[in-house]
Design a protein around this ligand. Sequence first.
Ligand code: ASP
Length: 320
Amino acid sequence: MKITRRDFVKTGAIAGSGLLLNQISPSNIFPRSELSNSPIVVSTWSPNLKSNARAMEVLLQGKNSLDAVEEGIKVTEADPNDSSVGYGGLPDADGKVTLDASIMDWKGNAGSVAFIEDIMHPISVARLVMEKTKHVMLAGDGAKKFALQNGFKEENLLSENAKNAWLKWKESQVKKDNHDTIGMLAIDKMNNLSGGVSTSGLAFKLHGRVGDSPIIGAALFADNEIGGAVSTGNGEYVMRTVGSFLVVEKMREGLSPQKACEFAINRLYKSLKDFSDINISYLAISKSGDVGAYSLKGGFTYCFTTPNENKAITSDYLMK
Ligand code: ASP
């Protein structure tokens, strides 16, 4: 797999935090039953340990999993060094930073925004769509107008670094592999599950392109009876196979989160003709706190957080 600048950022963040990326199989992860209703947070990509830490802080204050997911994801959205989410996210082919986000609570409520510009925290706008409107999704100018009407500030999200990367890309038109969406799932002390996803999408995508992240059932699905799943990677493939919904439905049929993620990746693998420049990963949690993750190719990491630990884990993958 091609090593990207983003991969170096990840490696640096891991080294900086002194955390070791172990290959831990989900069966080695402490089952939640043994933690007696203590909260859990999982999220895609190891640099998001800081976001998980924030989400856990919120859960330990006794707040619910929806608050935790929103607050956790906001940390990544505000991070200028994260080139795939929120402020500092790499722009599209026209040099515009356009963002997608979605959120789901334990009651089956859902909200999302797609192709929104100039708003630092799309995850919070998605929550507002869910809580204040009759709709599930708002897109583009309408989503921005709704955000501004509800007190969000208009901000330039194109950082100097992202702008320079775009100028370089325009000169060379070199295809850049960049997909590091944050997808987070949290279970609170009341045993309620929520999930959220936020991204700037694929770097240098066509202006107007919307990925899997704001599509309920594609990049995010949470069912309080069963568990939840999130995805990261080339969203087109996740959308075509309604990936996160598929993972949760396989868990409903009795598969563990690990086996359910493997099922969804295998389903997708069979439909692929060209494997170059593609990676797709799923992360899932059951209501009993079992965690599973699986990727098409290597390199996917995720964060696992309980009140006692906050660690990054390397996922297993199919194409070895
Ligand atoms: N899934 C995202 C998208 O296709 C990309 C990513 O995971 O970073 O927009």
